[in-house]
Design a protein around this ligand. Structure first.
Ligand SMILES: [Zn+2]
Length: 287
């Protein structure tokens, strides 16, 4: 079935058709990156594949496929979330897991969709899910969508097939240059430059990419510190080495990871910037 909406994403189309040709539907799929619309389109496509009973599914024309298109298929269930922030609580996960062992109503399979998992699927709920992904019920497809699969536990990621709507190898230039600014700010004597730079992480996606780049620059610096060579930027690595020790490098990398966790826990970016700036300074400049 041709899917013009996925045009331009050739790599993804290739892996999707390889998977479909193989005829083996995975039990769990993670759809990451891109925008919400793109993730929805791919969710529908996979749901159609799961419920379509024609040869070479998804046909796109049968009743099952059409019902998925119009969001009314009785075997495709979107988790609802609860509370002010629409979190998927562990009680909802437990109910879905119980339901997933009941046969589908009319289609070949049941599909359960969890959208915006970075924001809505906390670690406690991910843990509630784990056992089911280890021994999944038959005829079930779980679809988890997220901006970045880094928000999901490794143990979840390793049990799912991931489709990324963007070429993740692509370096985000804006994030990289901001990361460089921050890394250099960490070891410069005045606090103000560092604070200004961390405040520029004013957008969630930018902040996550920047933090990844900071961690990479710190690892690069650590490599130089222990006598290896820099792979990303030798100037920044040399600069960091003049001020940092091995244990400080490691501590800074840890802090950078913690900042990412705070983003996933929905702490405000301003607070995270302030916190990170203060912690970086405290660890580098304390006697
Ligand atoms: Zn069909």
């Amino acid at each position: 079935m041709n899917f013009p909406e996925l045009q331009g994403n050739e790599q993804l189309k290739k892996s999707l058709s390889e998977l479909e040709r193989g005829g083996r539907m995975p039990h769990a799929v993670i759809i990451s990156s891109g925008n919400a619309e793109g993730r929805r389109i791919l969710t529908k496509r996979l749901s159609m594949w799961a419920v379509c009973s024609k040869d070479n599914p998804p046909c796109g024309k049968c009743k099952d496929c059409q019902n998925v298109q119009s969001d009314v298929h009785c075997d495709v269930y979107f988790a609802k979330g609860s509370g002010k922030t629409d979190i998927y609580k562990k009680e909802e996960i437990a109910a879905i897991i119980r339901d997933s062992y009941v046969k589908p109503n009319q289609a070949l399979r049941k599909v359960y969709v969890f959208e915006d998992c970075d924001r809505k699927l906390p670690v406690i709920s991910q843990n509630a899910f784990l056992k089911t992904l280890e021994e999944p019920p038959q005829d079930t497809l779980f679809i988890l969508t997220c901006e970045s699969s880094r928000s999901l536990l490794d143990t979840i990621r390793s049990r799912a097939v991931e489709f990324s709507l963007e070429n993740t190898e692509q370096i985000n230039e804006e994030a990289y240059s901001l990361a460089k600014e921050i890394a250099r700010g960490i070891v410069s004597p005045g606090e103000i430059n560092l604070l200004r730079s961390t405040y520029k992480m004013n957008d969630r996606a930018l902040a996550l990419d920047t933090l990844d780049s900071i961690a990479a620059l710190l690892r690069d610096g650590l490599a130089v510190y222990i006598g290896s060579t820099a792979e990303i930027d030798s100037d920044t690595a040399d600069l960091l080495c003049r001020k940092l020790t091995k244990s400080r490098f490691l501590k800074l990398i840890e802090l950078t990871q913690d900042a990412k966790s705070k983003i996933y826990a929905n702490v405000s970016l301003k607070l995270i910037s302030l916190w990170l700036c203060a912690e970086y300074r405290r660890n580098v400049w304390q006697k």
